[in-house]
Design a binder for this molecule. Structure first.
Ligand code: NAG
Ligand code: NAG
Ligand code: NAG
Ligand code: NAG
Length: 199
């Protein structure tokens, strides 16, 4: 019998390796997607809630040449209703604005908020002889003659979420508490105003 010659490599082999690699990649993508979905379902993220309470102003002074001074106090309540998601707040900046004009500014030390937690930020911001633009000054004078000021409080923060050992990248949180009315008479406490958050 004649020795059989060794067979030539099957022409389809190269092709099948490419198929195999594609299959592995697709499987990995599928596993990652299922993992993400399960994490999402297990943690069921709930929106973070913010509200602002007990806003007041002391030592308010608005001079004839449109310079405003005053000490603003309020409490921001941060409510994390998630069981398994905790939040890192880094570089927290707080602005008090009167009609788009910043009159006082403060920063808060970074902190970590665990799940199912309410954290309060008690803040005191000082406006020191801030020049108020002419058109805003007219509105401010009208409001102070009625014994109150309608302000806005903005919070800009860099946040990261933590689920188990996974930490998200930094996101910017913009929290806006509008129509915060402070009274120029001491006895009055502001109402509880909820804030809009864009994270
Ligand atoms: C607001 O003031 C009231 C009355 O003084 C107090 O009971 C309440 O705890 C304050 N709220 C916050 C968030 O500090
Ligand atoms: C308001 O500020 C002006 C200018 O600094 C000062 O002359 C005046 O006494 C202040 N008024 C009050 C009530 O503090
Ligand atoms: C919320 O978390 C902070 C920081 O860990 C903690 O100091 C505070 O007591 C917690 N508050 C509640 C109501 O659990
Ligand atoms: C303020 O409103 C928030 C959300 O509506 C609520 O959870 C909180 O208890 C309220 N605080 C007071 C002092 O009424």
């Amino acid at each position: 019998m004649l020795p059989t010659s060794s067979p030539a490599p099957p022409p389809r082999r190269r092709h099948s390796i490419v198929c195999y690699v594609i299959l592995v990649i697709l499987t990995l993508i599928f596993i990652a997607a299922v993992g993400f979905l399960i994490t999402w379902l297990v943690t069921k993220p709930k929106k973070l809630h913010y509200n602002l309470e007990n806003a007041s102003v002391q030592k308010f002074n608005f001079t004839d040449d449109n310079h405003m001074s005053g000490t603003f106090k309020f409490t921001i309540r941060l409510n994390n209703l998630n069981h398994r998601i905790s939040v890192y707040y880094n570089s927290v900046e707080i602005f008090v604005k009167f009609k788009d004009q910043t009159v006082a500014f403060d920063t808060v030390e970074p902190f970590h908020q665990p799940g199912m937690n309410v954290t309060q930020i008690d803040d005191t911001l000082v406006a020191q002889s801030v020049t108020v633009s002419k058109s805003d000054a007219r509105d401010l004078r009208a409001q102070t003659s009625l014994g109150k000021i309608d302000l806005e409080v903005y919070v800009n923060a860099k946040v990261r979420f933590k689920v188990g050992i996974w930490k998200s990248s930094h996101r910017t949180a913009k929290i806006e508490c509008s129509h915060v009315t402070v009274s120029l008479s001491q006895s009055y406490k502001s109402t509880n105003s909820s804030c809009d958050a864009d994270i």
